[in-house]
Ligand binder design. Structure first.
Ligand SMILES: [Zn+2]
Length: 237
């Protein structure tokens, strides 16, 4: 895998079962939610381009996301996914090192770095990606202006009491909500009519969001009818 080759070539990967050192230095509870870190520049060459994984932080993030204690399998998956996230930062630094110079950090460069990293981390799970951008302190401000409409729409159409677990490998609770919203936003972003050639990520404002099940079926396709029937949309229009 490319990101892994990149890591091996440039810097080390360290695991600790603790939280981020900020937590022990400041006691700030929000720093317990740091699962990993890519260190682009460091006076100590051994730390330069390294990746730190904080298992305490990874567990904390999962507890927040799932609203319950994670299983061992979920923890392992999240550790791998955190490595993908930090590996994406390392790869991004490789192609655009200026953006990773501390003096060049702006809200925009940090937003862009997190946007890239969460897409690498969660692939096509668009709700999970946008939700994560909204909950990451570096990207939250710009996320509120860009992805929050899509997130709010998905949460309205697939509310907390969504029960159709049979369609999603018998997932339940927050897992089920996330999986169903991931599918909903993926269908929307891939099926939305696009003006010009600006790519598929051009309707975060949800201007063509279907207003009924009928509109949703005609947009997503007949084979998604069973899924569309489970959505909180009016039947006809
Ligand atoms: Zn990041």
């Amino acid at each position: 895998m490319m990101w892994w080759t990149m890591l091996k070539r440039k810097g080390d990967v360290d695991f600790t079962s603790d939280h981020h050192p900020f937590y022990y230095a400041t006691g700030d509870p929000s720093t317990k939610g740091i699962g990993g870190e890519y260190i682009p520049r460091h006076p100590d060459p051994a730390q330069q381009h390294s990746i730190q994984i904080y298992l305490g932080g990874v567990r904390r993030i999962l507890e927040f996301k799932l609203e319950r204690a994670p299983t061992d399998k979920e923890l392992i998956e999240e550790i791998i996914s955190t490595l993908k996230h930090e590996g994406a930062h390392a790869a991004h630094d490789e192609i655009d090192p200026d953006a990773f110079e501390i003096d060049n950090h702006t809200a925009k460069t940090i937003w862009e770095a997190e946007f890239v990293a969460f897409h690498a981390q969660y692939n096509d799970k668009l709700y999970t990606i946008y939700w994560s951008l909204l909950h990451h302190p570096g990207s939250a401000n710009i996320a509120r202006q860009t992805v929050s409409k899509a997130v709010r729409w998905a949460e309205k159409i697939i509310p907390k009491d969504y029960v159709y677990s049979r369609m999603f490998d018998n997932k339940w609770g927050r897992d089920l909500e996330f999986a169903a919203r991931d599918k909903l936003l993926f269908l929307y972003m891939t099926k939305v009519k696009r003006g010009g050639d600006t790519g598929i990520w051009n309707d975060l404002q949800m201007t063509q969001a279907p207003k009924s099940k009928k509109e949703a079926i005609s947009m997503f396709g007949q084979k998604e009818e069973e899924f569309v029937r489970t959505l909180k949309l009016p039947n006809t229009r």
